[in-house]
Each structure stands twice: as C-alpha cells, then as structure tokens.
Ligand binder design. Sequence first.
Ligand SMILES: [Zn+2]
Ligand SMILES: [Zn+2]
Length: 433
Amino acid sequence: MPKIKKQEIQAPRGMNDILPSEQPYWQFILKKASAILTDYGFEKIDTPIVEKTALFIRSVGEETDIVEKEMYTFKTKGGDELSLRPEGTAGIARAYIEQGMSVMPHPVQLWYFGPFFRHDNPQLGRLRQFYQIGAESLGDENPATDAQLIFIAYKLLESIGIKNPVVRINSIGDQNCRPQYIKALRDYYRPRAKKLCPICKKRLKSNILRVLDCKEQSCKEIGKDAPQIVDYLDEECKSHFKSVLEFLDEIKIPYLLDPHLVRGLDYYTRTVFEIWPEEKEGENSLQFALCSGGRYDKLINLLGGPKTPASGWAMGVERVILMLKELKVLIPEPHPQPKVFIAQLGELAKRKSLLLFEELRKHNIVARASFGRDSIKSQLRIANRLGVKFTLIMGQKEALDGTIILREMNSGIQEVIPLDKIVETIKERLKNF
Ligand SMILES: [Zn+2]
Ligand SMILES: [Zn+2]
C-alpha cells in the first residue's frame, strides 16, 4: 500500500477536535445550561444529526442562504436525500409531529445540545461543524413565553460569566401583515437597486427581508431610511410585540429595538431576537451574536402537524467559549487533581497495583499510574509532572512482603507501610494538605 499523505486524512476544514484541555469549558457551560433549563421545566431531547433534505427546505426555506448554499446534502446508497442538520428547530418540529407530542400538556418545553453543520466560509466564531444549546417552547402563543425564553438565555449567559449581554429585538409580523411590509420594501428598494451589493440584488426578488441585515456598507447606508416593519404590523402583531417588551421591562431585561433584525430563516413570525456581548468602547474584537431565536407559529402546521404556535432560541457554544476566553473567565476544573501516583516494578507488583488503584478510587482518592513504564525513575518523573502529593512504590520485594513504600514528593522522605494500612494512611496524610 502506498504511504498515506498527511492531508489525505486531516480533519475537514472548519471542523475541530475538541481537545481535553478545552473540555472544562464545555462541561461548565453544559452543566449550567442543563441546570437552568431544568429549573424552568425544559426536558432534554436528542434528534438525529441527519434528516430528510425536504424537512429543511420546507422549514428553513428554499431561498435562504442555509438551504441554497450551506447545507451538506447527500444521497444515500438506498436513494434517500438527506442533509446534515444546519439548525435545531426543524428537527424538533418534526419530532413533535412524528411522536404525537400534541397530546402532551402544553407548552411542551424541550432543550437540546449537539453539533450542527453549515458549509460556510470558516472564520472566528463560524465553523462548519459547530455546537448549539437550544430551547424550544411548543404550543404557547403568549408573549410572556417569548420574554421568559429571552430571560433564560440572558440568565444563562450571566451565570457563566458573560455580564451585561445585549438583547436586540424586533417583530417581523406574520402572514397577515408581512406582505404589506414586503411590498413597501420593494417599492423602497426598486429605485435604489443599482446601489445594492450583487447578493442583495438577488435578494430583492427572493428574500427581500435579508437586504435589511446585509453587512455591506452600501446596503447598510441605503437600509437606514428603509420602511420599518413596526409601522406595518397589524393590531394583533403590534399588541403581541408590545406585550413582549412590557414583560421584558417587568423582569428587568434591558433590550434594544432593532428594526433591521430579521433573521435568515423563513419560519420566523413575530418576535425575533439576538443576544450580543456587551459593547465596549474600542475593543469589539468579537462581533457576533451569542444567541438568537424567535417565534415560529406556523412551522409545525406547515410541516403537516396541528396548529401549534412556538418559540425558541439557540446559543453557539464555540462563540460563548471564545467570549469566556476573551473575558478571562475562570472555569472550574472538572477533573480533580490526582493526589497519588502508583509506581510499580515487576509482574506481581503490577497485579497488586491494579487492585490498589481500585481500592483508592473506592475511597475517593484520585490516583494515576503508568503501567507501561518499567523503571521507577521514569515513573517518578511522571509523578512529578502530575504534581501529586504522594507516590506509592511497589517493587518485587514489597510485593512479596505485602508492603509498599510511601514517598512524600515534596520532601522525598520515604517510609515502608503495610499494604493493608496504606489507604488509611494516605487518607490521614491528605487531611494535612
Ligand atoms: Zn400580523
Ligand atoms: Zn447587500
């Protein structure tokens, strides 16, 4: 067989290994998320990471960036058209319908954590495989639900050390009032189309709302005077939005009204929001939303389920971690430091050490060993690197005598202890540290 080239088996671009040194961040965030979401009555759900492509076309929308350009879509050998999930809400809506959740007490409150996939240009905070924590509340139209969802995301960010996040919020109306707004937007942009970026020129026909949140300077400039949707909301949508804001005032969540916030997915109705890091003068190195979401009252019905209003959000875990690092937030170490190293020499000692390891574990004493090393010297070197308090050394003599050498690493003082007394002795000595 020819020798394999390194790049032939490298991880795909934009897909990362999450190394052990990174795991404390992940465990920390997940633990907090799980605790707060559970407190608020959300139950965890896992859906497959691949779904039928049609699900995403129907829900996210055929003419969105995600479906047009960013989905990993493939045909299986069995002939199914599948896609790696680009977001979490579609799969949950599908599961709600397929598992008959409409008979459960409402709202059905679900949360999830897992990888999502978008074939985008990888950059800081934008990976091709990225992880999200999400929360969905299904079967409730009330504006208080939107406010509470925002509240939970806000509190979660605060609880992990991201202080003063900024909630940006808007309403994009519904099927009843949005068409009038879209018409007004068309009328506004038609005479100005020449000045738009090439992508927005196309969006004028397919997805005109997205022109509003284009990041190109020319489009931003033109967008400043564009009609605002709040002026086009019908009575129901207007009062719904007003109530969401009143509830946010009530629970003391500060927010910014952002008339250009539209979100890039077709399924949203009424409330849409994003949560951003606090803006600090002159040091905006991280420019992305940490959390985004909104209401999707028509989605479940559109996918063939009963009429079920719903609302939810998703939080980008890698982005939150970048933010924690930027803010130098201290993360608790999830793995306790090892206190004891077991060094051994010879077969019998190895066998006895295996048992001793388990004995220590049962007494909650975190131990390490390196069974592959045969010299005591190299084992002691590892023990030093691990920073353990004690090393237990069992050579052939000790193994036969039923004893073990206890070495205090700081002083280098060694003493021989009967093997059946060693756990007790260690426990006693560790108390003094
Ligand atoms: Zn409306
Ligand atoms: Zn543009």
